[in-house]
Design a protein around this ligand. Structure first.
Ligand code: NAP
Length: 312
C-alpha cells in the first residue's frame, strides 16, 4: 500500500513527489511515456522564476535530477482506471494494480487536432504538433503554422528561425497569445499572417506534404500554399479519461483550492486541471498544494481501516 500514487512525470508530477516524499509519504510516480511531459519538447521557457531563459529539456533534466536526489520511485505504466474502495484507491494500470491512500493526477494534456482533409493521413509525414521535435526537418523550407494561442505564437517564432518562410494561419483577426509574444512575432519578417483563414486540405504525395489549401472565412475562397510542413497548435485536450471525478465540459478536472477533486483522497494538479492559467510555474504550484494536502488527508483518516470501516 502506497501513501501516494502520482500519475504523470511532468513538472507537476515531479514537484508533487518532492513534497510527498519530504512529508514522509511512501510514494510512487506512474508515467506512461517518459519523464518531462509537454515541457520537455518546449523550445525556450522565459517565465519560470530563477531561469531567465532555459530550454524545456534542460529544465526537465533539472527536475528529474532533483527527483533522483530524493530517490523518487518512477514506474513506466499506463493507468487505465481508478477504483474507490472505502479509504483505499486502487490504480489499475495496463499490467498491474497498485493500492494507495491518495492519488495525485498530474497527467497534463495533449495537443488537439483539427480534422481537416489529409491531417491524419499525413500526420508524421509533414503534419506535426511539435515544433521542437519536427522543426529541424524544415531548414530553409516553407511551412504553415495554425493557431493563435501562446503555443502557436511561440512555436511560429521558433520555427521562423529554421524555415525559409512561415504562413501563420489563424481563424480570427487577432492572437489570444500574451502581449510579449504578440510583440515578438511582429518582428519576424519571414512570417506572413493569414488572418481569418482556416486549413482546408493537405496536398501531398508518397513523399509527404507538398502544400496546404486554406480557406478564407469571409469569402470561402480557397488558396494554395506551397509548404513542406504543417504545424498545428490549436489548444490542448486533458489526459483524464481514466478518472471518474467531476470535470468541466472539456474534460479538465475540477478541484477546489486545495486541489481536491470530487473524490476524497484524489487530487489533481497542473494542465489536466480546470484552471485559468497553464504554465510550468502554475503546475508546480498546484502540485505543491496537492502533495501537502495528501499528507493532511492521510493524517485525517489515520485510525480508519482501508475498507472504510473504523478500526477498533
Ligand atoms: P489555447 O490558448 O487554447 O489556444 C488555442 C488556439 O487555437 C486559439 O488561438 C484558438 O483560436 C485556436 N483554435 C482552437 N480551435 C480551433 C479550430 N477548430 N480552428 C482553428 N483554430 C482553432 O491553446 P495553447 O496555445 O496550446 O495554450 C494552452 C495553455 O497553455 C494556455 O493556458 C496557454 O496560456 C498555456 N501556454 C503558455 C505558454 C507560455 O509560454 N506562456 C506557452 C504555451 C502554452 P481562438 O483564439 O479564435 O479561440
Amino acid at each position: 500500500m502506497y501513501d501516494c500514487v502520482i500519475i504523470g512525470a511532468g513538472p507537476g508530477g515531479i514537484c508533487a513527489a518532492i513534497y510527498a516524499i519530504r512529508a514522509g509519504l511512501k510514494t510512487i510516480i506512474l508515467e506512461k511515456r517518459g519523464v518531462g511531459g509537454q515541457i520537455a519538447v518546449s523550445d525556450i521557457i522565459e517565465n519560470y522564476p530563477g531561469f531567465p531563459s532555459v530550454s524545456g529539456s534542460e529544465l526537465m533534466h533539472n527536475f528529474e535530477e532533483h527527483a533522483k536526489s530524493i530517490a523518487a520511485e518512477i514506474q513506466f505504466a499506463e493507468v487505465k482506471s481508478i477504483e474507490v474502495l472505502g479509504d483505499k484507491r486502487i490504480i489499475h494500470t495496463s499490467t498491474d494494480r497498485i493500492d494507495a491512500k491518495t492519488v495525485l493526477v498530474c497527467t497534463g494534456a495533449e495537443a488537439k487536432k483539427l480534422g481537416f482533409q489529409g491531417e491524419t493521413e499525413f500526420f508524421g509525414r509533414g503534419v506535426s504538433t511539435c515544433g521542437t521535435c519536427d522543426g529541424p526537418f524544415y531548414k530553409n523550407k516553407p511551412i504553415a503554422v495554425i493557431g493563435g494561442g501562446d503555443t502557436a505564437v511561440k512555436e511560429s517564432i521558433y520555427l521562423s528561425k529554421i524555415a525559409s518562410k512561415v504562413y501563420h494561419i489563424h481563424r480570427r483577426d487577432r492572437f489570444r497569445a500574451e502581449k510579449v509574444l504578440r510583440d515578438r512575432i511582429k518582428k519576424r519578417d519571414n512570417i506572413e499572417f493569414m488572418w481569418l483563414h482556416t486549413a482546408h486540405k493537405v496536398v501531398g504525395d508518397d513523399m509527404g506534404v507538398t502544400g496546404l489549401q486554406v480557406k478564407a472565412y469571409e469569402t470561402n475562397e480557397i488558396k494554395d500554399l506551397l509548404v513542406d510542413g504543417i504545424f498545428i497548435f490549436v489548444g490542448i485536450t486533458p489526459n483524464t479519461s481514466f478518472v471518474d471525478c467531476e470535470k468541466d465540459d472539456q474534460g479538465f478536472i475540477i478541484t477546489n483550492q486545495k486541489m481536491e477533486t470530487s473524490i476524497p483522497g484524489i487530487y489533481a494538479a497542473g494542465d489536466c486541471r480546470s484552471t485559468p492559467l497553464r504554465q510550468v510555474v502554475t503546475a508546480v504550484g498546484d502540485a505543491a498544494i496537492a502533495g501537502f494536502m495528501a499528507e493532511e488527508y492521510i493524517s485525517s483518516i489515520e485510525g480508519r481501516s482501508y475498507d472504510g470501516t473504523t478500526k477498533v
